[in-house]
Design a protein around this ligand. Structure first.
Ligand code: ADP
Length: 330
């Protein structure tokens, strides 16, 4: 998760809530980090917000239920191996592989106000591959939109393993995608909820803020007058209900909207009720952490992540015949 602002309900439903579930299943040794180096790929001209945003995202992680006693939670730039492996993997990554990453052209077009014709932006999938491979993981829990990045990570790992070998094992095992359901949550303007569109409901929004935002949310365009029937399947508020409301409320929404028995204001009020219920425990947990505690949690997480990443780097250096004088070959 990049520290480009506070997290919103889309981030929660699309990623965080799944991470908490995976963590609590207890089957996996999970690593979750705040990708501040990735924030630099687009926000390099003004880096002043990255550090305060990192703290906010860490608080959002903890508020959502990530638990430092169960998972390793850290900041990418605090683990220096995240600077080291991308350089080595960059040496073996053909330019063509990077140029055909779908988001490369797409983001350049979407963020036309920023000059993204940089080495760092073109190379961000190599940074991403390193972020993954440093922990020699079996799985990467992502939604469908991130599958292409994991596929590229697998290709880079394969190429690395062809060039550089250790006698008894593969240095960078190819990780598999652990597909997690990620319903695309609409924002208040009906487009995908996203920090860059200014249409979000943040995990820290108070009840009055949530209700106010919901009131401005766009609805089924066919419902011009109160007496016009509508269709929740064509309405962003309907999509909110599908994700957050109980089956009883959802049934009332379908019936009331299609028969024009209820108005949009009433329907939005019910959606707001459901959102407030989801946000309440998250906000209560958030209030239990001081900034100092969060800093300690991140420090400890970075120490643990660094120890694990260094284990991988020793193998990488050894396989590449670049062992340091103080190290023993693997
Ligand atoms: P943003 O667009 O707000 O900058 P990111 O691109 O940083 O969000 O997304 C971080 C994670 O949250 C990704 O795993 C992404 O799939 C998920 N995510 C973001 N927005 C949504 C949304 N509206 N619905 C579902 N998942 C989302």
């Amino acid at each position: 998760m990049r520290p480009t602002g506070k997290l919103h309900l889309g981030n929660y439903m699309g990623a965080l809530a799944n991470w908490v579930k995976l963590q609590d299943e207890g089957k996996y040794d999970c690593y979750f980090f705040i990708a501040d180096l990735h924030a630099l790929t687009t926000d390099y001209a003004d880096t002043s917000k990255i550090s305060p945003n990192t703290l906010e995202v860490a608080l959002d992680f903890l508020a959502a239920g990530l638990d430092p006693a169960k998972s390793t939670i850290f900041v990418q730039s605090h683990v220096t191996q995240h600077y080291e492996l991308p350089l080595l993997l960059g040496m073996i990554t053909p330019l063509g592989w990077l140029e055909r990453v779908p988001s490369y052209k797409e983001m350049q077009e979407n963020l036309a106000n920023k000059d993204l014709t940089t080495f760092g932006f073109l190379g961000y999938p190599v940074l991403m591959a390193s972020d993954i491979l440093l922990y020699q993981p079996q799985f990467v829990p992502v939604g469908q939109d991130q599958q292409a990045h994991v596929e590229l990570t697998r290709e880079i790992a394969r190429r690395f393993n062809q060039f550089y070998k250790l006698p008894d094992r593969e240095v960078l095992p190819e990780p598999k995608v652990l597909l997690t359901p990620s319903p695309k949550l609409p924002g208040t303007d009906g487009r995908k909820m996203s920090k860059s569109y200014g249409n979000t409901i943040q995990l820290t929004d108070s009840e009055p803020e949530v209700r106010k935002k919901l009131k401005t949310m766009v609805t089924d365009p066919a419902r011009v007058r109160r007496t016009d029937p509508g269709d929740p399947d064509k309405c962003p508020v309907g999509d909110m209900h599908k994700v957050f409301s109980t089956t009883e409320t959802l049934a009332k929404v379908y019936e009331g909207c299609r028969s024009a028995g209820i108005g949009c204001i009433e329907c939005k009020g019910w959606a707001a009720d459901a959102l407030v219920q989801v946000l309440k425990p998250i906000q209560e947990r958030r209030a239990g952490f001081s900034d100092k505690q969060v800093e300690e949690i991140l420090k400890d997480g970075s120490r643990r992540a660094s120890a694990r990443a260094e284990q991988t780097m020793r193998e990488v250096r050894s396989a590449m015949h670049m062992t340091r004088p103080t190290e023993v070959d693997c």
